[in-house]
Structure formats: C-alpha cells, structure tokens
Ligand binder design. Structure first.
Ligand SMILES: NC(=O)C1=CN([C@@H]2O[C@H](COP(=O)(O)OP(=O)(O)OC[C@H]3O[C@@H](n4cnc5c(N)ncnc54)[C@H](OP(=O)(O)O)[C@@H]3O)[C@@H](O)[C@H]2O)C=CC1
Ligand SMILES: Nc1nc(=O)c2c([nH]1)NC[C@@H]1CN(c3ccc(C(=O)N[C@@H](CCC(=O)O)C(=O)O)cc3)C=[N+]21
Ligand SMILES: [Mg+2]
Length: 287
C-alpha cells in the first residue's frame, strides 16, 4: 500500500483557476464580467494576507474585484449600509466580509444582511439551511475545496468513516454535511470530546479543523488514513503550520495535505467558483 502521498492543493487549485478562466471568458462574451467585493474591517495581518490572495486570484481568472477597507471603529450600522449598497450593485455578484470582525460588530447580523444570492462564502443562514436540507446552495469554500481535493485525488469517500475534528459554522459543520452527502459515515469531534484519539484512530479520512498546532500527532492516526489539515497556525517566528504534525504523520498516512499549499489555495479557488456561479445566475434573471 502506498504511503505518504502529498495532496498538492496548490497545483489542484491552479488547475481549477484555469478551468474558471474559460468560464469567465465565456461569461464576459455574454456581457457579464463576474464581480466580487471583499470587505475588510480593521487591521489584521492574517486577514490582509488572505484578502490580498483573493484579489490576486480574481485578477488571474478575469473576475472584477473590489477591496473595501473600513476602519476598526466602523459601526455595525455603517457596515450594514455598505452591504446593502453592494446588494443593489449589479456589477457585484459576490460579497465577502472577511472574518473575524472587530468585537463590537455581530458577525451573525452582518452575514444575514448579505443577499443570499451574493453570499459566495455560503455563510448566510438561508444557504446553511439549504445545504443542511439537501437543496442547491453556495457551498462554503473551505469544505467544498476539501471535497474537490478528495475527488480530484481519487480518494473514495462513499462508505468510508470520516472523522472531523472541529465543529465551526465555517469549516467543521459544513464539511461534515458535505461528506455525509457523499455517503461517508461521519463522526464530529470538538473541544469537549472525550477520548479524542479513540475517535481519530478510527478515521479512514481525518479532517483537522481546530486551529492548534500539532493537535494531531502520529498516535492519533490510523495507518493508511487520508489526512486533511485545515489549520492555519503561525509559530513564534511567523512560520505557517497546520493542526497536524506533518513530518511524523506523513509516513503513515496514505495521502496528506501540506500547510501551506493544501486546503488554503482551494478555499480561494472555490470562492472564485462561487463568484462565477453567482454571475451566471444573475445572467439568467436578465433573460
Ligand atoms: N485553510 C483554510 O482555507 C482555512 C483555514 N482555517 C483555519 O482552520 C482552523 C479552524 O478554523 P475555524 O473552524 O474557523 O475555528 P474555530 O475556532 O471557529 O473552531 C475550532 C473548533 O475546534 C474545536 N477544538 C478546539 N480545541 C480542540 C481540541 N483540543 N480538541 C478538539 N477540538 C478542539 C472547537 O471546539 P468547540 O466547538 O467545543 O469550541 C471548535 O469546534 C484555524 O486554524 C483557521 O485559521 C479556517 C478557515 C479556512
Ligand atoms: N468571510 C471569510 N471567508 C473566508 O473564507 C475566510 C475568512 N472570512 N476568514 C479567514 C479564513 C481563512 N481563510 C483562508 C484562505 C486562504 C488561505 C490560503 O491561501 N493559505 C495559503 C497560505 C497563505 C499564507 O502564506 O499566509 C496556503 O495554505 O497555502 C488560508 C486561509 C479564509 N477564511
Ligand atoms: Mg495528541
């Protein structure tokens, strides 16, 4: 049995961007250039890096993007007004409000204000509910990116036991729904899980979405498992690391994603995908 194969998210994401470039070319010929607005409130160096990555990827694919920077002291009402303006703007098909927001702004209130048809993060309760009930919706980018990695690597999901560590609304919860939709048997773990290792060691597919360095070490992994590392942690030197101890887990995993170069680039690729979908749908309404 092969071991330690790298799932190259960077290369797979580049492939998807290339596919999307043809899609945007086609949309532009039909008179609709997909447009994405990214709102960044306050200063957070990690957020700034991610937003820069999103803007750069849009340019590469031919998606129009606007970066809207608002100061830390922005009130919730001012942010809601900005969202309403973008909801009405026909050149903007996708709206993303970079999280986390400053303490005084309620992320739920803000997400709920985004037009669900422009909710390219898939975070609006309407889209979350549609996903949970099996209706068509924008799929949250990181979970969708993970499913694409598995699919494009040829990993069988149906019938397999997937264990997801983390239950956030943006990663853990939706990825577990998507895996179930693909007929995996899913276990969800979190900070209150007893005997975490007993669960993770059962996984054929292990997804780590915690946000703590080295929560997953070699003793937490069944030999031959597929390991997907969502974590984005910076050490004291500012070096990026995942939730998985990559060096020691790689030799026993069948496949593993690196950090960086694994899930992160896929998140951005799926954001571009959703923006193209939104632009396409807006065209339908204009017919
Ligand atoms: N690569 C990418 O594209 C993306 C990466 N990320 C990264 O993924 C990580 C997770 O993000 P996000 O889901 O937003 O994080 P959250 O902080 O919202 O959620 C973390 C989850 O991990 C659980 N948890 C915390 N400690 C433990 C532990 N010791 N054992 C088991 N479970 C634990 C928490 O449990 P509880 O619910 O009980 O608190 C919670 O459910 C972060 O590093 C983030 O930066 C996020 C989005 C995209
Ligand atoms: N509304 C909203 N939507 C999000 O999708 C969202 C968010 N808020 N807040 C923060 C998280 C995090 N996230 C990442 C996106 C890309 C990389 C990424 O491209 N990572 C590169 C490395 C980047 C680097 O070097 O710092 C990689 O893993 O190779 C990482 C993390 C999206 N998020
Ligand atoms: Mg451990």
């Amino acid at each position: 049995m092969e071991r330690g194969l790298l799932i190259d998210g960077k290369a797979i994401a580049a492939q998807i961007r290339q596919e999307l470039k043809s899609e945007t070319d086609r949309l532009i010929q039909n008179g609709v250039q997909p447009g994405l607005a990214v709102i960044l409130v306050g200063r957070d160096s990690a957020s700034e890096t991610y937003v820069r990555g999103k803007v750069r990827a849009c340019a590469e694919v031919g998606i129009h993007s606007e970066q809207i920077r608002m100061p830390e002291e922005t009130s919730e009402d001012e942010l809601l007004d900005q969202i309403r303006k973008l909801n009405r703007d026909s050149s903007i098909h996708g709206i993303l409000v970079q999280l986390p927001l400053p303490e005084h702004i309620s992320p739920n209130r803000v997400i709920s204000e985004i037009d669900p048809d422009k909710d390219v993060d898939g975070f609006h309760p309407i889209n979350a509910g549609r996903l949970a009930t099996g209706l068509d919706s924008f799929l949250p980018c990181t979970p969708h990116g993970i499913l694409q990695l598995l699919k494009r690597t040829g990993v069988q999901v149906a019938g397999k036991h997937a264990v997801v560590v983390g239950r956030s609304n943006i990663v853990g919860k939706p990825v577990s729904l998507l895996l179930q939709r693909e007929n995996a048997t899913v276990t969800m773990c979190h900070s209150r899980t007893e005997h975490l290792q007993a669960h993770t060691r059962q996984a054929d597919i292990l997804i780590a979405a915690v946000g703590k360095r080295h929560v997953i070490t070699k003793d937490d992994v069944k030999p031959g498992a597929v390991v997907i590392d969502v974590g984005m942690n910076r050490n004291e030197q500012g070096k990026l690391a995942g939730d998985v101890d990559f060096e020691e887990v790689r030799p026993l995993a069948s496949h593993i994603t690196p950090v960086p170069g694994g899930v992160g680039p896929m998140t951005i690729a799926m954001l571009l995908y959703n923006t193209c979908l939104a632009a396409e749908a807006s065209g339908d309404q204009n017919l």
